[in-house]
Design a protein around this ligand. Structure first.
Ligand code: CU
Length: 117
């Protein structure tokens, strides 16, 4: 039995993928647009570790926050065209709100890692 160079290369690539993929690539980024004083959707379901990317497509400020016993963030003022990225590290259900527009509400359900969506 002989080992050809291409087999070695394939094995090397497979090894690299196996060792470098998990943490970095399995996390997803989910885009949620803010437009007309609303989030484009009222509910998203993600996995712990995922990042939600909020894009301000209005011509005025937003200010995102969530408050919960195990996770909180406050974006401060978010200018037009500014993107705020929020990583949700823990499972749970979170209400993302805007400090400037009280009717804005996005519910984020965060599943534990390893559970299907
Ligand atoms: Cu707002």
């Amino acid at each position: 039995m002989t080992t050809r160079a291409t087999d070695l290369a394939a094995a090397t690539i497979a090894t690299l993928l196996a060792t470098s993929l998990p943490a970095a690539v399995l996390a997803e980024t989910i885009i949620v647009r803010q437009k007309d004083r609303r989030f484009e959707t009222r509910y998203i379901e993600i996995t712990a570790g995922d990042i939600v990317s909020f894009t301000n497509e209005d011509r005025f400020l937003h200010q995102l926050y969530t408050e919960s016993p195990n996770f909180a963030f406050d974006s401060a003022e978010q200018f037009p065209d500014e993107i705020v990225e929020v990583r949700f590290p823990h499972e749970g259900t979170y209400e993302v709100r805007c400090g400037i527009h009280p009717k804005m509400l996005l519910e984020v359900e965060v599943d534990p890692k390893g559970v299907g969506k």
